[in-house]
Every structure is written in C-alpha cells, then in structure tokens.
Ligand binder design. Sequence first.
Ligand SMILES: O=P(O)(O)OC[C@H]1O[C@H](O)[C@H](O)[C@@H](O)[C@@H]1O
Length: 341
Amino acid sequence: MAAPPPSSPSPPAAAAAAATQQTQPQPQTPFYELVKGNSGLEKVLLRGTRGFSAEVYLYGAQVTSWKNDHAEELLFVSSKAIFKPPKAIRGGIPICFPQFGTHGNLEQHGFARNRLWTIDDNPPPLPVNPAIKSFVDLILRPSDEDLKIWPHSFEFRLRVALGPNGDLSLTSRIRNTNTDGRSFSYTFAYHTYFSVSDISEVRVEGLETMDYLDNLKGKERFTEQGDAIVFESEIDKVYLAAPSKIAIIDHEKKRTFVLTKEGLPDAVVWNPWDKKAKAMQDFGDGEYKHMLCVEPAAVEKPITLKPGEEWKGRLALSAVPSSYCSGQLDPLKEHLIALNI
Ligand SMILES: O=P(O)(O)OC[C@H]1O[C@H](O)[C@H](O)[C@@H](O)[C@@H]1O
C-alpha cells in the first residue's frame, strides 16, 4: 500500500472515518504516516498534540515507541532487537495470540507477533473518544500456512490510538469467522515492555494479595503476600483476576505508568534478570535493569468464541509525574489529578 504524504491525513483512513461517521461519532481527520523502519519493515507513525508520538510496525502490529511531550521514550526496545522475520521484535508491545507463553501446543506466544499485518482502511465502527485524532487500524487474517498450525478462520482487528493527553490505547477485536460451525479458544496478552530507570527502584501496585501462577515453579499457584511488588531477582508470574488498574511507580524517574485493562482478567509480570538476559540473543546483558514487562492478559481461562462472535480486549496506558511517598499512592486518584479531572 502506498504511504500517504508526510503530515497529511491518510486518505484511506479519512475515507473510512467518513464512512462510519453516519453511524457514530468518529474522529474527523485521523493522522498517520507510513514510513520505512528498521530492516526496511514498514511502520506507522502516530503524532499527537504537544509532541506525543507512537510507532507501530506492521510486522506483528507491534508498538515499538511511545513518547511523551518531552520526547522521552516510555517503552523499552532492546538495542539488540532483531527486526527480521520470523523473530519477534524484542520490546515495545508484542501481541501474544492465539496462545500466551507455553499454554498450548503452538510456538511460544502464538504467531500474531511474527506475521505481517495490514492497514484496515474500513474497520467496523468502534466507539471512540472524539478527542482522539491520531490512530491506526490494523488487521490480521490467517494465511493458508497459519490454518495448518491453527485451523481456525478469524479476523483480528487492532486499533492503536494516541489520546490528547498522550495516553496510548490498544483495542483488539477478534472475531470467529469459521464457516464450519466450530468454536475456537485462545489465550492472549499485550506483552508490554516499559522503560524504567532502575528495576531495583520500581514498585508495582495493584497486584498485592493476588493469586498467581509462577512460571518459574512449574506454573504452581501461590498468593502474593504483603506490600507492593518490588524486584530483586528474576520474576515470571501470571497474576490471576487482577484489578483493572495497575500502577508502575518509577521512583527515580518520578514517573508512574497507569495501566487500565478491559476484557483481560490476568496480568503477567516478567523480568528475565541477569542470567536469562545473557542467554537471550536479542537482549543486552545489562538491559534487564531498565525494563519491566507488565502484560494485561487472558491466560488462566481461555476465551472461547462461537462462529460470528467477537471479543474485545483493551489496554490504555498513561504516564504521569509522581511525587511518590511509600504507601500513599492511589494510582487512580493520582492519574485523575495529573489529567486535571
Ligand atoms: O522470549 P519471548 O518468547 O518473547 O518471551 C519472553 C517472556 O514472555 C512472558 O513474559 C513469559 O511469561 C516469559 O516466560 C517469557 O520468557
């Protein structure tokens, strides 16, 4: 598909918006730009107000950049990331579908993260905040090869949107398009890599007292004790029925990430720490200190769709300044104050 001219409304996207305008309010002139990224792979640039921006590779529909109004990168992408199929890009927000991790017989995290998605010029209407001016819709349908490894027909639509306050949202709509009457089930995650100043200075709030499956202990179930989660060693846990808001407090950066999730009951927390970092070809030895994955997910209970049914799973991210004092943070309150609501 031809790239729209730089800094002008994308004609297909504008046409799509116009087509859906009659049924419900949609942003009028969505802006995106399609450019060449690493290794010649195409990526979409989203530009918001006040310098907020995001980038999405068509490869994996993977968000690889989200910047605030000081042009600071908020997501982690490894300096050793490989931008070459079939390797998934190490960092940003890989999409794990139709399988999270090793919870099934497919390759780790499923195949959506290493397939080439296309821009969806005419997505079905999606209720949106009319203040959102910058977004892109992507779509993945299975190829004949994909059908051999996962014999189900589906349409996976992803909208990535940059809000007026720099918030980033990802909305997935997955539809069962099987014509043989068969249901299918899948697990899912937005495998979000956050950029942090120093992992030892980071706390995660919202998951304390939750039950979790520990991937480092054969997926055994435990209950989290005590206070906020802090990091002193490798972690790989699937928190079950986690709250819809989770906060990552970066003490040194004085920044709090607030994650809001819908349709995604679980939340995976992962940091490979030093030994696993060294074993990964596409990850720098010391980079574990500057990243943390908190991944809204549906893992414990797979989602089942009958033919014609559609599921929606949404993640909204915001980064707000935090003058954090231990134990005093109310992530929601702080978020609303920062947004002046
Ligand atoms: O190396 P990848 O396939 O991208 O997976 C990276 C990590 O993803 C998740 O967080 C899993 O819980 C981990 O067990 C896994 O190591």
